[in-house]
Design a protein around this ligand. Sequence first.
Ligand code: SAH
Length: 515
Amino acid sequence: MHVSSGDSSPPKPTGFVSLVGAGPGDPGLLTMKAHALLGAADAVVYDALVNPRILHDGGVRAGAELHDVGKRGGSRSTPQDEITALLVRLAREGKRVVRLKGGDPFVFGRGSEEAQALAAAGVTFEIVPGVTAGVAAPAYAGIPVTHRGLASAVTFVTGHEDPAKSESDVDWASLARAGGTLVLYMGVKRLPGIVAALSKAGLSGDTPAAVVEWGTWPRQRTVCATLAGIVDAARDAKVTAPSITIVGQVARLRDEIAWFDRRPLSGRRIIVTRARAQASDLAARLTELGADVIEAPAIMIEAANPAPIRAALERLAEYQWVLFTSQNAVEIAWDILRAAGGDARRFAGVRVGAVGQATARALLARGIAADVIPARSTAEGLADALRDRPDVRGARVLFVKAEGAGDTLPDTLGRVGAAVDQVVAYRTVADASGARAAREALEAGSVDAITFTSASTVRFFVDAGGSADVVGEARVITMGPVTSAAARSLGFAVHAEAATATIDALVDAVVVGLR
Ligand code: SAH
């Protein structure tokens, strides 16, 4: 442990800095170690090239401080010494700090300078390598950086320096003679000078070359030409930063190996309005097929007034049964129980029913095994599973439910002589933030399709300000006839629907619908 000297006050808990590579953009290329550190971080200090999706969906611990020290060519950025000073200060406050850098922290990222500064300041740190853009962007473009018979060496070069500078650190002439693959990390601005330097040193104008812009991001583009033609080709395609340039025979393998831009949904933007966890599967499947998915949660869960639940849980011993309508009901009731100092022992002697497996799992995670889980995961299914049991007849039953739930369960159990007390744990409301994200993308006109998985997702989308006008040219694709009917009644033109009400069928409908 590092203890600062000359100070009589007790040492603070020691902070810790992890210098972490975030990979080149695709959140799936984050390492498991990076993911775990983000989930435990007190503070995250990140650069401009870190994909915002990693910060928002990448499992950063809720409540972690986020510091944007983004550095992009031209625009104002935090000077390097201020960044290191920030890292040192956060660590001295006893925080677990993740310094998140694009690609790999030690490949042209100045991570090594930050490590030197931390070492000099006596701050404990570790290095977590990441997937570097110079390997990943070519790979996503279908270009291997080495290949038996074509290139048995690869050189990574930073091209930020001016090649015309007489005292240039890069010996372009010997790079031109070395053979193998050259991978240039730089903005396209430097490309003309570098191509001239390589040509002057004797590298053939016929050498294959490629520029990969925004490698591994959904917006990735690749431009291929010969060394002699690459500057014009990049200019014609209006390639901008960030981009990686590959020079060498391997670049011609793209014709055979290209995959990223040949997937069924490559280059397509699709909004997934989601209600429950199931729709995340949909987003993942569409992403695998190449789509740029915008997840727009249609609904959110709002906890109800806790007082009635608290009071019912105080009197739990008076009940023979307690029934939970969903995982949310379990989680909310549990939090109220814990806040009042109670725990699983309160359930001793009470039988427990769960609407389905997810609800039962949520209970089990809290040390409570459900006695009844119906095959059909609905309140009706639970009522059917309970009504013939002798221990339900005449029993006192507590039902923890969502606002607006129907009366089938209390009615059915009431008919067999049970007395059912109902408490509302939560209500489902439209999530305006999701609809806002969807609306912004739609208004920008860049969306190819929008999916609805249920009638309620359509209704909530409209409640949150969505409409046929907002959807515009984007194609509406639904889970089936019921969802389509709801969409039509709200003025949407339905373009395609899933053949069966499954995620697989909906994915098929999207692929066919966008052909
Ligand atoms: N540490 C980073 C590189 C930092 S230098 C890494 O290991 O990847 C910044 C340069 O990296 C950019 O100018 C650009 O040339 C390149 N770069 C970073 N991310 C990129 C991406 N997704 N696609 C193409 N080039 C990228």
